[in-house]
Write a protein that binds this ligand. Structure first.
Ligand code: CA2
Length: 148
């Protein structure tokens, strides 16, 4: 069987991680998270690819593209979590198992962050563990794939 391949998508402003607002989002950079994902995937005989965009349409496009090569998606839609019917529809359309990730615990923040438009198109959500949320989400995705 070819190695399991997981596509990781990061939404708007996550490219700033580690450089701004460390009190909210921590000091780890996105590049460090991506390297951690590669290492953890490798340890399980899997592969990952990561993509960040500040543009909704690029995220939609990427979801459609990865459907041909990935078996699961890990996605932090960032602010689009709360607004994007387009990303939700793309996730539903491709039908890959997806895990939604958030660095922060949305339920400890402003009320508008409690509603996710994208979560219903995902198997589940992991939030509130900082960079570790991504690693837990990758574990969840790979465990799911092992079960299938
Ligand atoms: O907690 C998360 O992962 C969020 O998806 C982050 C989004 C926010 O809009 C969601 O409600 C929750 C914001 C990402 C912004 O990232 C920054 C990183 C460093 C400095 C400034 C913004």
């Amino acid at each position: 069987m070819p190695p399991r391949h997981v596509a990781v998508l990061h939404g708007p402003n996550l490219n700033l991680l580690g450089t701004r607002e460390p009190a909210v989002y921590g000091t780890v950079t996105l590049a460090e998270i991506d390297r951690g994902l590669v290492e953890r995937a490798k340890a399980r005989g899997a592969t990952v690819e990561s993509f960040q965009s500040n543009l909704e349409g690029e995220l939609v496009q990427r979801i459609q593209e990865v459907a041909g090569r990935a078996q699961a998606i890990v996605i932090n839609p960032a602010a689009y979590t709360h607004t994007s019917v387009a990303i939700r529809d793309a996730l539903s359309a491709v039908g890959l198992p997806a895990v939604e990730v958030h660095l922060s615990n949305l339920h400890r923040r402003e009320p508008f962050r409690r509603r996710s438009l994208t979560a219903p198109a995902c198997i589940g959500t992991i939030a509130g563990f900082g960079a570790r949320s991504y690693y837990l989400a990758l574990t969840a995705a790979l465990d799911l794939l092992e079960d299938t």
